[in-house]
Design a binder for this molecule. Structure first.
Ligand SMILES: Nc1ncnc2c1ncn2[C@@H]1O[C@H](COP(=O)(O)OP(=O)(O)O)[C@@H](O)[C@H]1O
Ligand code: SF4
Ligand SMILES: [Mg+2]
Length: 338
């Protein structure tokens, strides 16, 4: 099978663990919704078995919408989602919960993602029950799931309120992994945690991935966090892929002006360096996130881009290989100068 030109390939030889093809998601209904720009606009990527793909972009760029479309929580307007070659694009949530054990999720907020009225045991046993695993076998799996994320087996009889944010996120990870999935969508799994807890949870995720050969779609707004866990990065802006490639190349030699702006905006621990980065970003002439809406036909980054010319307004740039990354920019060759 040959991947289309704008697809982000995982591997030429194996069936990808997850395939997303030409995904379009529009919210709402009626003429107004049809005329509004889609939240996700023609996104394609693959994730190989055992690989982590980082999906990064500012708030509102469409990351969670992609995650929701993959998980069946939002019906795509167009495009396809396949897990190990199986097309699950239009499969109902009910059917997925009993048939698609391969695909699970961890959400951002450890406080709202666990039901406060249920014990941890009840929370962990529920997905197993849907898969037909019950009784002592389910309890055994729930206990071993808790131990695999570094929590004692007796946590099973306690309630979410008795745990810290980091512990709750470990429980959410145990719930995601209890059915032995192959693909896990992680939607900003550490964004709500303090820095030292973030590092612990990221290390745990890396260990579990490597032990079990998991594939992760790892969603974050911070390139630095993505870098820690991912092999490849997809940079998203207004629902479109701006740049993609090996994580080191995207971080160290970005070829898209938006990636440059995102890198400059990433938080760093030293205030002086932060101020220098902000000054450099302003000197380069980047607009802010609230800039005017772009034209529907051209590059979405036009209103914020210091390199924009007429061709950028008129033609949407396709993804093409420039250096070590694929970038959707007419003037990618000039980006080094920014
Ligand atoms: N349920 C919804 N109804 C209407 N618009 C939505 C809904 N969820 C998200 N959006 C819009 O879709 C766009 C992408 O949102 P989202 O996928 O949540 O972005 P991100 O996760 O990158 O912050 C935003 O403009 C957001 O306002
Ligand atoms: S295509 Fe033009 S407007 Fe878009 S990022 Fe490249 S230079 Fe900027
Ligand atoms: Mg989000």
């Amino acid at each position: 099978m040959t991947a289309p030109a704008d697809t982000v390939p995982a591997s030429q030889t194996t069936t990808p663990a997850l395939e997303v093809r030409d995904l379009v998601v529009r919210y709402g209904s009626g003429r107004k919704a049809r005329n509004a720009p889609p939240a996700v606009d023609g996104v394609s990527f693959d994730i190989a078995p055992g690989e982590t793909l980082g999906l990064v972009g500012e708030s509102g760029s469409g990351k969670s919408t992609i995650g929701k479309a993959v998980l069946g929580l939002q019906l795509p307007s167009a495009g396809a989602v396949r897990v190990h070659g199986q097309d699950i694009t239009s499969m109902s949530l009910k059917k997925r919960s009993t048939q698609v054990a391969d695909l699970r999720v961890v959400f951002q907020d450890p406080y709202s993602s666990l039901n406060p009225a249920r014990t941890i045991g009840q929370t962990l046993v529920e997905p197993l029950r849907l898969m037909g695993i019950k009784g002592s076998e389910a309890l055994l799996k729930a206990r071993s799931g808790l131990e695999s994320v570094g929590l004692p087996g007796d946590a099973i009889d306690r309630y979410p309120a008795q745990f810290s944010g980091g512990q709750r996120q470990r429980i959410a990870i145990a719930r995601a992994l209890v059915c032995d999935p192959k693909v896990v969508v992680l939607d900003e799994p550490v964004s709500a945690l303090d820095l030292s807890t973030q590092a612990q949870v990221l290390n745990l995720l890396a260990d579990l991935r490597d032990q079990r050969g998991l594939s992760f779609l790892f969603i974050a707004h911070d390139l630095g966090v993505v870098r820690f866990l991912s092999q490849r990065t997809v940079v998203l802006y207004r629902g479109q892929i701006m740049e993609t490639g090996p994580v080191e190349a995207v971080n160290s030699t970005p070829r898209h002006p938006y990636t440059v702006a995102l890198t400059a905006a990433a938080p760093v621990p030293r205030p002086a360096e932060q101020a220098a980065r902000r000054a450099a970003r302003e000197a380069a002439g980047f607009g802010t996130a609230g800039a005017a809406a772009p034209s529907a036909t051209g590059c979405p980054f036009v209103p914020r881009c210091p390199l924009a010319t007429d061709v950028c307004v008129e033609q949407r740039p396709p993804l093409r290989l420039v250096g070590d990354t694929r970038t959707a920019c007419h003037h990618a060759e000039q980006v080094r100068a920014l």
